[in-house]
Design a protein around this ligand. Structure first.
Ligand code: DMJ
Length: 641
């Protein structure tokens, strides 16, 4: 049997152009010879064609065709009848034929010389090795990328920068509190350093496998979600070296022109929110520019019959679609309803109303719709503009929509009364239909499903304690005391959900059924994935009441995270908070650095760090300044920060 290695090369007149993996020992030689041969063939065909095209033109000195580019050597005389149909064709009727012939000869010589030069250059190229040609192509590519980057860095038009207060400091006077704050900073360093070593550029980290990690919310992209999400936490903690590292990666590597289908909501709250906060804190233009570039990529998601955006969009093609699991092709309330803060800032910073219009359109549409029992269902079909399943929740699928109504009002320096009214109406309905007290006296927020209340509360819904406290001031009929109290009750319930576990960390969701109170029943609800909501609520309650119990509860949670979630390669979620020997899920979520550790740090800082009358935190804990329009400076100079 003849082996392929022994097949004679000369057996064929034209060796095959082999672009596949090597199969013969003489493959490299075969490849180079055939490539050169074909390149030469194409080149000579091209040259023949060019010469042919020139010499076979109809040789009439009275009617010649010239490109417009050559018109300076002609004496144009436009034949009105033809010229109108064939713009760019000039007809010559020359009395001085001799002068034309000379001109023609000069042109022929020039073209001949150009072609010879091109042929020489092509021959030279073919003499070069494949590596040399590759290197030349790479140099060209680098040049183009460099040019694009210079273009990208072009500053946006300057706008009034809000007066930024409390971006540094926050040193507590109490020694014990200062030590606790230092400990939280050390935890942040541990999370960041390990991501830096093992997951840099990936969206998240697998702290046990010690490698990068991602989920479908980021599509197939590697957009360094942890870097962008962590920046402002690094900044307020004074970790400036780490902050600069992240900034450099964003400048050099972060690219949104990727063929990747991402979640519009997640990318908005983590990336746009994170970049905007980093911009306001540091004054570095690059963050603003990147935020705007990304926002432009999200805009095609709004191209639906109703203007309610798709849940996902492909950053390259702009094609959008919804999650397959969502009721009847619906978009999700907590997703399309959690864009307002970032989009208002984008319009403010760019002077382009497009972003503002998109979110105001959503608001207007929601205002016009009927709401069963005054409640907003979680699902809305972006094609028909009709609600999907009647399911209302202050936890997953609904949560941050309510949060953003309140925060739109706060961020507008309390001038967006429409948003405040929508918030007040919504929480009145929620209080009436969803908030109950358990037999044991715990206030909880249930979920409304097709006409009945499910007595189950998610970890996500625990954020509402902070929201009620934040919205207390300015509430209807001066019910400030009532809402502050409601916030405190939710905080207590959520603390119980932590306290009733073996690890002192809260489950994903917990029930209030018969004897069971604030405890997860199903195995699939017993996990803790480093979520922030309970600590977020402790922090707001601390700021509004200064009741030491919130610092104490926050510290309990910090110790539990340190004890059960810390591993040598970072921090990991746990699969069962009721088991005293935790199994790790091996994911360090980006929101752990953006939110959980930031809220803990703020809890042990003094109130002058990011004061709440100047800053509003987006739902990913990225602080954005209140737009006190009367109190702005017209300079874009960071010195005024
Ligand atoms: C965060 O990404 C945001 O807080 C979001 O609003 C809901 N959940 C996660 C953290 O749990």
């Amino acid at each position: 049997m003849t082996t392929p290695a022994l097949l004679p090369l000369s057996g064929r007149r034209i060796p095959p152009l082999n672009l596949g993996p090597p199969s013969f020992p003489h493959h490299r030689a075969t490849l180079r010879l055939s490539e050169k041969f074909i390149l030469l063939l194409i080149l000579s065909a091209f040259i023949t064609l060019c010469f042919g095209a020139f010499f076979f033109l109809p040789d009439s000195s009275k009617h010649k065709r010239f490109d417009l580019g050559l018109e300076d050597v002609l004496i144009p005389h436009v034949d009105a009848s033809k010229g109108a149909k064939n713009p760019g064709v000039f007809l010559i009727h020359g009395p001085d034929e001799h002068r034309h012939r000379e001109e023609e000869e000069r042109l022929r010589n020039k073209i001949r010389a150009d072609h010879e030069k091109a042929l020489e250059e092509a021959k030279e190229k073919l003499k070069k090795s494949r590596e040399e040609i590759r290197a030349e192509i790479q140099t060209e590519k680098n040049k183009v990328v460099q040019e694009m980057k210079t273009k990208e860095k072009k500053p946006l038009p300057p706008v009034p920068i809000p007066n930024l207060i409390g971006i540094n400091g926050g040193d507590p006077e109490d020694n014990d509190i200062r030590k606790k704050r230092e400990k939280i900073k050390e935890m942040m360093k541990h999370a960041w350093d390990n991501y830096r070593i093992y997951g840099w550029g990936h969206n998240e980290l697998r702290p046990i496998a010690r490698k990068g990690h991602s989920t479908n919310i980021f599509g197939s992209s590697q957009m360094g979600a942890t870097i962008v999400d962590a920046l402002d936490t690094l900044y307020i903690m004074g970790l400036h070296g780490e902050f600069r590292d992240g900034q450099k990666w964003i400048e050099d590597t972060l690219d949104f022109s990727v063929n990747s289908e991402v979640s519009v909501f997640e990318v908005n709250i983590r990336f746009i929110g994170g970049l905007l906060a980093a911009y306001y804190l540091s004054g570095e233009e690059i963050f603003k520019i990147k935020a705007v570039q990304l926002a432009e990529k999200l805009l095609p998601a709004f191209n639906t019959p109703t203007g309610i955006p798709w849940a996902m969009v492909n950053l390259k093609s702009g094609v959008g679609r919804n999650w397959g699991w969502a009721s009847a092709g619906s978009s999700i309330l907590a997703e399309f309803g959690t864009l307002h803060m970032e989009f208002v800032h984008l319009s403010y910073l760019t002077g382009d109303p497009v972003y503002y219009k998109k979110v105001m359109h959503i608001r207007k549409l929601l205002q016009k719709m009927d709401r069963p029992n005054g409640l907003y269902p979680n699902y809305l079909n972006p094609r028909t503009g009709r609600w999907g399943q009647y399911h209302t929740s202050v936890g997953g699928l609904g949560d941050s929509f309510y949060e953003y109504l309140l925060k739109a009002w706060l961020m507008s320096d309390k001038t967006d009364h429409e948003a405040r009214k929508m918030y007040d109406d919504a929480i009145e309905a929620i209080e009436k239909h969803l908030i109950k007290k358990s037999r044991g006296g715990l206030t909880f927020i249930g979920e409304w499903k097709n006409g009945h209340l499910e007595k189950k509360m998610g970890h996500l819904a625990c954020f509402a304690g902070g929201m009620f406290a934040l919205g207390a001031d300015g509430s209807r009929m001066d019910k400030a005391g009532h809402y502050l109290e409601l916030g405190a009750e939710i905080a207590r319930t959520c603390h119980e959900s932590y306290d009733r576990t073996a690890l002192k960390l809260g489950p994903e969701s917990f029930k209030f059924d018969g004897a069971v109170e604030a405890v997860a029943v199903r195995q699939a609800e017993k996990y803790y994935i480093l979520r922030p909501e309970v600590i977020e609520t402790y922090w707001y309650l601390w700021r509004f009441t200064h009741d030491p119990r919130y610092r104490q509860w926050g510290w309990e949670a910090a110790l539990a995270i340190e004890k059960y979630c810390r591993v040598s390669g970072g921090f990991s979620g746990v699969k069962d908070v009721y088991s005293s020997t935790p199994t790790h899920d091996d994911v360090q979520q980006s929101f752990f650095l953006a939110e959980t550790l930031k809220y803990l740090y703020l809890l042990f800082s003094s109130d002058d760090l990011l004061p709440l009358d100047h800053w509003v935190f987006n739902t990913e804990a990225h602080p954005l300044p209140v737009l006190h329009l009367a109190n702005t400076t017209l300079s874009g100079n960071p010195a005024v920060r």
